[in-house]
Design a protein around this ligand. Structure first.
Ligand code: FCB
Length: 477
């Protein structure tokens, strides 16, 4: 570790998970069904027909998982609350047994000296709300704020950091435009309405969370690092459409209180039917944030493409006349995602340049890689590719801090191998290997590497110190 940059002394090293991906126990103690419980049962929706019924059995094994976090040495653990576990139909009565699980989890974390960071919505909408239209329906935003209030009233005395939504781009575009995620719809304007209502639900819940005692409130986005394939005007315009869909339609309303400029070129007719946007919504959405969560995995290179669907009436909201092209000479993870760590630094610096003082402090709320992990004959999992992925991206974060970006924390995705959505259990992102047949946990080499990194940072035994805190100021080189 002696050549590793030093992070500021109060930098938060963490690890992250999400409820549906690890908990299992989907029918226990009064939990209601979520859109993912429904989606996984659709033929061919999830590879191998995998479901979340058991997952990592974390609902029963959370004490063992807290012990793994403690041993790892992380300062903070990001988990998500399953909405249908605490409020089975998404409105009306709360389920005491469900809330009690999160009380026990939070108390266990605090006993282990770990700060809980709670995400309120990591994609598991109660199915009863989807039956009423889901996020296409404005009322879902209000239901979300009510749910946020009750969870925070129960837990905010012990949970300092709150994330309203995880990657609303995925909820809107994978859920309602490409159909790759629950609820599996392929739509145009309704998907854009879903995007708007997600932002609205976030904005409505920010003051509610603060009133209930939350100290830090933020949202987690997954902005892309987009580059045009060539400098030709067609590809440059296509890259702007990709950026509008992936980044600007989220960051502009949240951070500037305006809709993104490029919407018309990106969506044309679809966004013009925008009766779902009402006066005053932008003011709600732009509620000041204590931090911005960024999930980052891989960059995109895009070029201009024709519409996939010529008919504007049936066109899905993600049909924006661009397509990704490969990035030659880069390693790819088991997801097929190119590994280009410096793009994380460039993305962070780009956000700072664009938004200046309007950019809140940042937490990298997810970063990690899926690799083809297999226990070796010695019983260990030698995941050197994951170590090199994490090493490269942590150095990119350090470089961004050295360039003046206020990054306060970094959470590895993920503590455990888990249910990787439409890919099922075949893709392993964990620092800890999970043998699904026995539920045995095996810390991988990357777990020990991260543990050593955290210890070295805490003891100040890292190298020359690219990143040094300046008293009273932002860290600098
Ligand atoms: C992110 C999700 C997370 C996990 C990683 C690999 O988009 O937030 O749940 O699936 O990707």
């Amino acid at each position: 570790m002696s050549d590793f940059p030093s992070f500021p002394p109060d930098f938060v090293f963490g690890a992250a998970t999400a409820a549906f991906q690890i908990e299992g126990a989907t029918r226990e103690d009064g939990r209601g069904p979520s859109i993912w419980d429904t989606f996984v049962r659709r033929p061919r929706a999830v590879l191998g027909g995998d479901t979340g019924d058991v997952a990592c059995d974390h609902y029963h094994r959370y004490r063992e998982d807290i012990a793994l976090l403690k041993e790892l040495g992380v300062r903070s653990y990001r988990f998500s609350v399953s909405w249908p576990r605490v409020q089975p139909t998404g409105s009306g009565p709360f389920n005491a047994a469900g809330l009690d699980f999160y009380e026990r989890l939070v108390d266990g974390l605090l006993d282990a000296g770990i700060e809980p960071a709670a995400t309120l919505y990591h994609w598991d909408l109660p199915q009863a709300l989807e039956d009423e239209g889901g996020w296409r329906n404005r009322d879902t935003a209000h239901r979300f704020a009510d749910y946020a209030r009750s969870v925070a009233e129960a837990l905010a005395d012990r949970v300092p950091r709150w994330i309203t939504l995880n990657e609303p781009w995925c909820s809107a575009f994978l859920g309602y435009a490409s159909g790759h995620h629950a609820p599996g719809a392929r739509e145009g304007t309704p998907a854009l309405a879903a995007a708007h209502h997600l932002l609205l639900g976030h904005g409505l819940s920010v003051p509610v969370l603060r009133e209930a005692g939350a100290r830090e409130v933020g949202i987690t986005l997954n902005p892309d690092h987009v580059t045009p394939a060539t400098s030709g005007p067609g590809d440059v315009a296509a890259a702007l459409r990709a950026e509008t869909q992936r980044n600007l339609m989220w960051t502009e309303p949240l951070l500037t209180g305006r809709y993104a400029d490029g919407e018309d070129d990106t969506w044309g007719e679809l966004i013009r039917h925008q009766s779902f946007r009402r006066d005053g919504d932008l003011g709600v959405i732009a509620a000041p944030l204590d931090f911005l969560g960024i999930n980052y995995y891989t960059p995109s290179v895009v070029r201009a493409a024709p519409y996939r669907d010529e008919d504007p009436l049936s066109r899905a909201a993600d049909d924006n006349r661009f397509e990704g092209v490969g990035i030659p000479r880069t390693r790819r993870t088991a997801m097929g995602w190119p590994v280009v760590p410096h793009t994380l630094r460039d993305l962070l610096v780009g956000l700072r340049e664009r938004y200046g003082a309007a950019l809140p402090p940042i937490h990298i709320t997810e970063n990690g890689s899926a690799e083809n992990d297999v226990p070796a004959p010695d019983g260990a999992v030698h995941d050197t590719d994951r170590i090199s992925y994490l090493d490269g991206h942590l150095r990119a974060v350090a470089a961004a801090i050295a360039d003046g970006v206020d990054v306060r924390g970094y959470y590895v995705w993920s503590l455990l191998d888990n249910f990787e959505w439409a890919y099922g259990y075949g893709k392993r992102f964990g620092l800890v290997y999970v043998d699904y047949a026995t539920q045995r946990r095996i810390p991988k080499d990357s777990y020990h590497w991260y543990q050593a990194l955290i210890t070295a940072q805490e003891r100040g035994t890292t190298g020359p110190g690219l990143v040094r805190p300046v008293p009273g100021g932002r860290p600098t080189r």
